[in-house]
Design a protein around this ligand. Structure first.
Ligand SMILES: C[S@@+](CC[C@H](N)C(=O)[O-])C[C@H]1O[C@@H](n2cnc3c(N)ncnc32)[C@H](O)[C@@H]1O
Length: 235
């Protein structure tokens, strides 16, 4: 584990007053479906061989910040030939995500408790295929912008962790964070392959759009959803 990860990640097993969600992380019924910040590290470079039923050649996709896991469950249900990992920092959404997976008996998914800023601790170079980042926390106050996930360093690291021809897909309701993300990706090796300033009104892009729980809230408030898709075109 990098020094940064050691410093920034609370160790779940060391919590003196673990909540029911922290305890659930170690419940036998979720064994081999969800991993804490220490156990997930042993699969770096080996995720495809970590007990999935699919062949080691299967595509491995990542969702960052699944929240309660509605989209994560949708992905796993609709793509049984692909493998999925969700990385989530908070215990409640982590366990909610994995409950959906277990209740539906999906065999192609895992969830890990980790800080997505430190993905390079968990995944080897070019280990990942597609990455979904839906409604990353916008940290709207200027003094909190430093906590935003999408930063030049993060984007360049993510690029190295993905295989050629894979994509990153982003949705947000937050216009200024979206503009900042656009400019960060523009300065990176990724190629923009699609975007929208109002996804709901874009018939083509919206056709297969899955509306996440956060997205629902913003649509109800009549806010536009900003969307962008970036491709890794070369190694
Ligand atoms: C605004 S919610 C969006 C949830 C879901 N994607 C949706 O669209 O409904 C953001 C989620 O990202 C998680 N998150 C925020 N920062 C994270 C990080 N650095 N690493 C992993 N997860 C993170 C939060 O705990 C939360 O569940």
């Amino acid at each position: 584990m990098s020094k940064g990860a050691q410093k920034k990640l609370i160790q779940s097993k060391a919590l003196r007053h673990p909540s029911s969600y922290v305890k659930a992380l170690y419940n036998n019924k979720y064994k081999s479906l969800v991993f804490d910040e220490t156990d997930c590290l042993m699969f770096k470079g080996q995720w495809r061989k970590s007990g999935f039923k699919s062949p080691a050649s299967a595509k491995l996709d990542l969702e960052i910040g699944p929240g309660s896991g509605a989209f994560f469950a949708h992905l796993t249900a609709n793509n049984p030939d692909r493998l999925f990992i969700a990385v989530e920092l908070k215990y409640k959404p982590l366990i909610q995500s994995i409950r959906r997976i277990r209740n539906n008996d999906y065999l192609n998914a895992r969830a890990i408790r980790y800080n997505a800023r430190l993905l390079e601790d968990v995944f080897a170079l070019e280990e990942l295929n597609n990455v979904y980042i839906y409604f990353p926390d916008p940290w709207p106050k200027k003094r909190h912008h430093k906590h935003r996930l999408i930063k030049p360093d993060f984007v360049n690291k993510l690029y190295q962790l993905q295989r050629k021809s894979s994509f990153v897909e982003i949705k947000t309701d937050h216009q200024s964070y979206y503009m900042e993300m656009q400019s960060i990706f523009k300065g990176s090796p990724y190629c923009l392959s699609g975007y929208s300033y109002n996804l709901q009104k874009d018939a083509h892009l919206n056709e297969n759009n899955f509306i996440t729980p956060f997205e629902k809230i913003f649509i109800r408030k009549n806010l536009p959803i900003y969307y962008a898709k970036y491709i890794k075109t070369s190694s």
